[in-house]
Design a protein around this ligand. Structure first.
Ligand code: MG
Length: 383
C-alpha cells in the first residue's frame, strides 16, 4: 500500500488526485494527509470521505472551523498548521499547491527522502539552486506531474544512456486561448477570455499563464531544472490539439513522443505508480476520430513572456525566482481587474530590470529574492 499525502487538495490537481485514488483498486493507496490554504468546507468534505490521519490548514480561522467539525466525527484526526509534517507520514507527497507557496512542501518532502509528485512548478523554478542538492538525499526523487515534463520523463526511458543520447527536449504548448491573435487584437481582452482554455481544464493562475505563454516559459525553466539540459537544447513547439504532451529528440534522429488525451489524471497516476504504469485509465485516443496533429512555431513577439522566461533561465541564480514572483503579482493584478492582460509582460520585464543578482544558497535567500521581486512588481503594477 502506498501512503499518499496531497498538498493543495482543494485545488484542481488535488481534486484530480483524489479522483485517481477513488478510481484505483481498494487497498492500493492510503490517503494519509490533506492540506489546503483556507477552503474549509471543501477540505472537511474531503476528509470525511477519504479519512486521512492528518489535515493541514494554513489559514488560522479556517483551521479552527475544520478542527471543530472533524473532531466531532473523528477524534483521532490531527488538524495542524505545519505542512512539512505531511512528508513524515507519507511515501509520496503530491504537491498541487498554487504558486510560490508550494516551496515548503517541495523542500520538506525531498528533505524527508520521499517521492515528490510535483505539480507545483514554481517551487522548482524559484528555488532551483536550493532544491537541487536535496534531490541527492537517499529516497528523495521528483516525478513531474506537469503533463509536459511527465511526457519527457516517459520518453527519456527509451534510452538507458539517458541524457547523453538526447539532442533536444521539445515542449509542446497548446498556444492557449489567444493563439493566432495579434498584439493589437489582444489589447482589450477580458479576464473571462483569458480563462477560456481550449483544451485543458486548470486553475485560474495557470490558465492565465497559458494565455500569455508564461506557463510554457516557466516550463522551459522547469525542464532545465528537472533534466539538467541547457537552454539551447530545450525548444517549444505549438501543438493546438494537446495530444502530444512533449517529445525528446535523440542524437540518432529518433523523436519519441508521448500521446494521450489532455487529462491531468494520467500524469498524477504515473507519478504515484512509477516505475510501473497505472492500471487505471481515464480515456484513450480514439484513432478513428483523430485525423490530424498540427505543429507550429510560437509567436514570440506577441507572447513576449516566453522570451522573458528564456532570458531569466539563462541568467540563472535568482532570476527565475524574480520572474516567477513578478508573474504571480502581475497575474493576480490582472485577475483582480487592476491591469490589462497586455500589461502582464511589461510588468515582468520592468521588474526584471531591477534584478540584483543575489546568489541563493539557502531557502532564506530564495524567500528574500521572492519578497524583493514582489515589491518591485507591485510598484510596476501601481504605475
Ligand atoms: Mg504543463
Amino acid at each position: 500500500m502506498t501512503r499518499v499525502a496531497i498538498a493543495g487538495s482543494t485545488g484542481s490537481i488535488g481534486k484530480q488526485t483524489l479522483e485517481v485514488i477513488a478510481a484505483s483498486e481498494s487497498g492500493k493507496y492510503q490517503l494519509v494527509a490533506l492540506s489546503a490554504n483556507s477552503s474549509a468546507d471543501e477540505i472537511i468534505k474531503q476528509a470525511k470521505t477519504f479519512k486521512p490521519n492528518l489535515v493541514v490548514v494554513n489559514d488560522e480561522s479556517a483551521r479552527k472551523i475544520v478542527a471543530r467539525e472533524l473532531a466531532a466525527t473523528n477524534p483521532k484526526i490531527e488538524v495542524i498548521a505545519d505542512v512539512a509534517a505531511m512528508a513524515g507520514i507519507a511515501d509520496v507527497v503530491v504537491n498541487g499547491v498554487v504558486g510560490f507557496a508550494g516551496l515548503s512542501v517541495t523542500i520538506a518532502t525531498l528533505a524527508a527522502g520521499k517521492r515528490l509528485a510535483l505539480a507545483n512548478k514554481e517551487s522548482l523554478i524559484a528555488a532551483g539552486p536550493v532544491v537541487a542538492p536535496l534531490r541527492k538525499i537517499s529516497g528523495a526523487e521528483i516525478i513531474p506531474v506537469d503533463s509536459e515534463h511527465c511526457a519527457i520523463h516517459q520518453c527519456l526511458r527509451s534510452s538507458q544512456n539517458n541524457l547523453r543520447d538526447v539532442a533536444k527536449l521539445l515542449l509542446t504548448a497548446s498556444g492557449g486561448p489567444f493563439r493566432g491573435q495579434t498584439k493589437k487584437s489582444l489589447e482589450e481582452v477580458t479576464i473571462k477570455d483569458a480563462l477560456k482554455h481550449p483544451t485543458w481544464s486548470m486553475g485560474p493562475k495557470i490558465t492565465v499563464d497559458s494565455s500569455t505563454l508564461m506557463n510554457k516559459g516557466l516550463e522551459v525553466i522547469e525542464a532545465h531544472e528537472l533534466f539538467g539540459l541547457d537552454y539551447d537544447s530545450i525548444d517549444v513547439v505549438v501543438h493546438p490539439q494537446s495530444i502530444v504532451h512533449s517529445m525528446v529528440e535523440f542524437r540518432d534522429g529518433a523523436t519519441i513522443a508521448q500521446l494521450s488525451l489532455p487529462d491531468m489524471r494520467l500524469p498524477i497516476a504515473y507519478a504515484l505508480d512509477y516505475p510501473n504504469r497505472s492500471t487505471v485509465g481515464f480515456g484513450a485516443i480514439d484513432w478513428t476520430k483523430l485525423s490530424r496533429l498540427d505543429f507550429e512555431q510560437p509567436d514570440r513577439d506577441t507572447f513576449r513572456c516566453l522570451n522573458l522566461a528564456y532570458a531569466a533561465g539563462r541568467i540563472g541564480g535568482t532570476a527565475p525566482a524574480w520572474l516567477s514572483a513578478a508573474n504571480e503579482v502581475a497575474v493576480e493584478a490582472f485577475l483582480a481587474g487592476v491591469v490589462q492582460w497586455s500589461q502582464i509582460a511589461s510588468i515582468i520585464e520592468s521588474t526584471m530590470q531591477h534584478h540584483d543578482g543575489l546568489i541563493a544558497t539557502e531557502v532564506e535567500d530564495i524567500l528574500e529574492a521572492d519578497a524583493v521581486a514582489r515589491q518591485w512588481a507591485r510598484k510596476e503594477v501601481s504605475r
